[in-house]
Write a protein that binds this ligand. Structure first.
Ligand SMILES: Nc1ncnc2c1ncn2[C@@H]1O[C@H](COP(=O)(O)OP(=O)(O)OP(=O)(O)O)[C@@H](O)[C@H]1O
Length: 244
């Protein structure tokens, strides 16, 4: 049986240009009239190719700053790539600290916007609205702008929308680390339930137990490069060695 593609990345890369001197004060600007601000290049993602198949749970490991979040933001379409192309087969939702949700909107408005992005009609969203709110345990905050939410509350809302609205591909950035213990247990239960079967999940986590338990393949990144993508145990070993 041939495996169906969920994500195909070909030759993708991303470089950030960070300005080193911020000419913010009047004094600083006067003294630096003829010195343009210096800029530093950060190659967050160095050219890489990979394929992810439908139904896979993929782990993404690497030390702080190695490019994990940038990679999933590229895959989720938050940033454009500098080079290469990404093909996504299905609808996606990125769930970490509120990326993809608007902080100026209330939880209710974000539910409607995110679920529409996932392809649901207004009537369908009406039908699952209560489910989303109750699963996220945010009944008392439905009409509060999410800029007043804690990062855990935003993560709960994002996870609940994706679970209930049925995203085909989910990017989970440290989801098991941000909610409180009770929500983490609930999130893990959903993760283990049959619901997750057939869905494609890309999981960024510093928790080796979670990666070991759920990921059928794991990628190990270092300094923006995809060093290894395959057997989970082997990727974990490389990550552990890199931390010593
Ligand atoms: N929006 C941005 N503008 C400029 N530089 C950025 C931006 N986002 C990330 N970077 C830089 O790109 C590099 C990779 O960052 P990224 O957040 O992808 O790493 P990470 O592996 O997710 O780290 P962590 O484990 O700490 O979450 C870092 O050097 C970071 O400073």
């Amino acid at each position: 049986m041939t495996k169906a593609l969920a994500i195909q990345a070909k030759g993708i890369s991303k470089t950030f240009h960070i300005s080193e001197d911020s000419h913010n004060t009047v004094k600083h600007r006067l003294f630096n009239l003829f010195n343009p601000p210096r800029s530093k290049k950060v190659e967050a993602i160095k050219t890489m190719d990979f394929e992810i198949y439908k139904g896979e749970c993929i782990g993404l490991l690497g030390r702080n700053g190695c490019g994990k979040s940038t990679l999933i933001r590229l895959l989720a379409g938050v940033y454009p790539c500098d080079t290469g192309s990404i093909n996504i087969y299905g609808n996606t939702l990125l769930m970490n600290l509120g990326v993809g949700m608007s902080h100026q909107l209330t939880a209710r408005e974000n539910i409607y916007v995110s679920a529409s992005v996932l392809g649901l009609k207004i009537k369908e969203i009406d039908n699952i609205f209560d489910q989303i709110v109750d699963f996220a345990e945010l009944r008392d905050f439905v009409d509060t702008k999410i800029k007043y939410f804690s990062s855990g509350m935003v993560a709960r809302l994002g996870f609940s929308i994706a679970v209930n609205a049925g995203a085909d591909i989910m990017f989970l950035d440290e989801i098991f680390a941000v909610g409180d213990m009770r929500f983490q247990e609930k999130a893990i239960k959903v993760f283990e339930s049959s619901w997750i079967e057939g869905k494609t999940v890309i999981l960024v986590s510093h928790g080796m137990e979670v990666v070991k338990k759920y990921c059928n393949r794991t990628a190990f990144m270092k300094n923006g490069s995809l060093v290894y993508f395959g057997d989970t145990e082997k990727a974990i070993q490389m990550y552990v060695d890199d931390n010593h």
